[in-house]
Design a binder for this molecule. Structure first.
Ligand SMILES: [Fe+2]
Length: 288
């Protein structure tokens, strides 16, 4: 891999990031990846013991396993791995949605995940369709837990999930949990009073490349894990070229850089929240 800019954002260096889906690791083969511009090699010692080593210094870094992923922290962990309470509910399918490499800043991937306006155009026939293109007003705020929370989001979807039989008005909640982690809660197509959860753990490979690691906690509705995974991959395959065509590749944090419209309210909050937390890696910082 070519040299990449290193990260100086403490909030990112001292946090946990997914670097691999455990099913992609094999005991007899080292696994190579990159996190925040640092090349890493994973050595699997037997079935359970995983060691993550920096290629530049040869030093081992912090590692952990959770939700079917291998996690790494380059610095000193200041917080625990993001807690996904739905993963502990026994009546849900827990599915890792494949690790998808995207040639774009991971912050762009998070913002795209938050964007309801693109659904009928990028995912027609699935997550939206014309003429249902208008994004109705919704609420956004920063919570006491320091997360960006968007509620009261409603969007008509013709085929919201693999178990959908008909189109319906789907309730959405979005939550940005960490700079590179975003969660989405949406009505289950069969049990409409329950919410399926998708958490997108984005691995910042470097400032202009990321790997999206979706983690799905879907209410068991007879669909099965394989169908849930296939659906997620189909949807993400539609997002990938759109994301890779966005310029600049890093996310501009200057409020004047890209004109916001009402539908972008959550995006405006997200960019401001990143600015306030001094996140600059993968971003074009705001001019003072
Ligand atoms: Fe999308």
């Amino acid at each position: 891999m070519s040299r990449a800019a290193l990260c100086s954002d403490r909030v990112l260096l001292n946090d946990w990031h997914v670097i691999a889906d455990l099913t992609n690791l094999s005991p007899d083969k080292p696994f190579h990846t990159r996190l925040l511009g640092v090349d890493l090699t994973v050595h699997c010692r037997g079935r359970y013991n995983k060691e993550i080593v920096r290629d530049d210094t040869g030093r081992e870094i912090n590692s952990a396993k959770r939700y079917g992923f291998l996690w790494a922290c380059l610095g000193t962990p200041e917080r625990d791995i993001v807690f996904v309470p739905e993963a502990e509910e026994p009546d849900r399918y827990l599915v890792t949605g494949g690790s998808i490499a995207v040639r774009s800043s991971g912050l762009r991937a998070v913002e795209n995940f938050l964007d309801m306006g693109h659904l009928p155009f990028v995912h027609p026939g699935y997550l939206g369709e014309e003429p249902h293109t208008e994004v109705a007003p919704y609420n956004v705020r920063v919570t006491e837990a320091d997360e960006v929370l968007a509620t009261e989001c409603k969007f008509y979807q013709p085929f919201a999930s693999p178990s959908a039989k008909d189109g319906f008005l789907v309730n959405y909640i979005y939550k940005v949990v960490r700079p590179y982690t975003v969660a989405l809660y949406k009505s289950n197509s069969v049990h409409k009073d329950r919410l399926d959860t998708i958490t997108l753990f984005v691995q910042p490979v470097d400032e202009e490349n990321c790997i999206a690691h979706p983690f799905l906690c879907y209410v068991k509705d007879g669909t099965g894990e394989a169908a849930v995974r296939c659906f997620m991959q189909l949807i993400f395959a539609q997002d990938k070229p759109i994301l890779e065509n966005q310029l600049p590749k890093r996310l501009p944090l200057d409020p004047r850089a890209e004109t916001p419209i009402r539908a972008d309210a959550v995006s405006v909050y997200y960019r401001r929240w990143l600015r306030d937390r001094s996140v600059s890696y993968g971003a074009i910082p705001a001019r003072l």
